[in-house]
Design a protein around this ligand. Structure first.
Ligand code: GSH
Length: 209
């Protein structure tokens, strides 16, 4: 059976939401970050990158990296219409996801939240955190414009909305930063979807959002 390896509240929430949207049976395996389980041999054997999300598929093969997993889930479940196959719409959806994952997650948020990975000198941390927040604010402003007059990033609900959700969750619940109006409305809209509510309950985050 398809198995998602996740840690609560991480970027794996976006893939968990997609699995709930698709509605087929799957297993959920928690990787205990507090115990550094991602670096232990059992998990390294599953994903040598020591990251979540990891999707182990029905045939036993493993897929990593949020965009790859999201695209694969969308294309293998075409009836759910989670990704348009029109070349322009598909490219625009990937453009949005790549910005969220490569820039907002990997560059902005990690500077703010995992500051020690950028410098072991504590005096430098406020500057690195401020850089991360500045990058995040810029991205949120761009996404706010993209959402103007729309419920969902691409017009229809797609895998891009699930990518934006994990970033919104961090900003709202962990960063406690205000979000621009259209992004805040998108986050509230996402939190009303049964798939998101199920994910929050299953990950023990129901109080958070
Ligand atoms: N590029 C990867 C990034 C995955 C990633 O950084 N996941 C974080 C959680 S949000 C993680 O597993 N961190 C564990 C660690 O760095 O020890 C993706 O998009 O899937």
């Amino acid at each position: 059976m398809t198995t998602l390896y996740y840690a609560p509240g991480t970027c794996a929430t976006g893939i968990h939401i997609l699995l709930e949207e698709i509605g087929k049976p799957y297993d959920l395996k928690k990787v205990d970050f507090a115990a550094q389980a991602q670096y232990q041999p059992d998990y390294v054997a599953v994903n040598p990158k020591s990251k979540v999300p990891t999707l182990v598929r029905d045939d036993g093969s493993t897929l990593t990296e949020f965009p790859a997993i999201a695209v694969w889930l969308a294309l293998t479940n075409p009836d759910k219409k989670l990704l348009s196959t029109d070349p322009e719409k598909l490219a625009r959806t990937l453009e949005t996801i790549d910005y969220i994952v490569s820039t907002l997650h990997m560059q902005a948020w990690t500077r703010f939240w995992r500051t020690v990975r950028y410098s072991s000198i504590e005096d430098e941390h406020p500057k690195i955190k401020a850089q991360g927040r500045e990058m995040a604010e810029k991205g949120l402003a761009l996404l706010d414009k993209q959402l103007a007059g729309k419920d969902w990033l691409m017009g229809d609900f797609t895998i891009a909305d699930c990518a934006l959700y994990f970033f919104e969750f961090w900003v709202a619940e962990w960063g406690k930063w205000p979000m621009p109006a259209n992004v805040a409305a998108h986050y509230a809209r996402m939190n009303k979807r049964p798939s998101v509510q199920n994910m929050l309950k299953m990950q023990g985050l129901a109080q958070a959002a």
